[in-house]
Write a protein that binds this ligand. Structure first.
Ligand SMILES: [Zn+2]
Length: 132
């Protein structure tokens, strides 16, 4: 394999940037303010894009934001005032931890649970990693 091929291969393994169409697109939070609460209005879309269960994502998000919240009708009502930057950073962290394969950088993964341990199983390269 020559240098050019190696470079191509390395580039192919880098997760594609947002908007490139073909690969994974990081979902962005759409928020509404309601007094002392922040409403994540596109909870459904985010979880669909992440291909993860809402409960798992919600638990992570609320823990990260150190607050409480409740999901109703595809929206998440979060106690406290948060900016979309704050929430987007948590979505990104979630994706890095629970969606993107650490071996090949692809998002074609499944989150499996065995006993109390979660595993990230990659459908692209077959890697299996425990996640906390
Ligand atoms: Zn992989």
């Amino acid at each position: 394999m020559d240098y050019e091929q190696m470079l191509q291969r390395a580039l192919a393994q880098v997760p594609q940037r947002e908007g490139s169409g073909e690969r994974f697109e990081l979902p962005k939070a759409f928020l509404e303010k309601a007094g002392r609460r922040t409403i994540l209005v596109n909870l459904d879309e985010i979880c669909q894009a992440l291909r993860r269960e809402q409960d798992h994502f919600i638990k992570f998000l609320l823990k990260e934001l150190a607050t409480k919240g409740e999901a109703t009708g595809g929206r998440l009502f979060v106690l406290g005032v948060f900016s979309s930057e704050q929430i987007n950073r948590k979505i990104e962290l979630y994706v890095k931890t629970y969606v993107i394969c650490p071996e090949c950088g692809r998002p074609d993964t499944k989150l499996l649970r065995e006993e109390k341990v979660y595993f990230l199983k990659c459908e692209a390269c077959g890697a299996r990693h425990p996640v906390v």
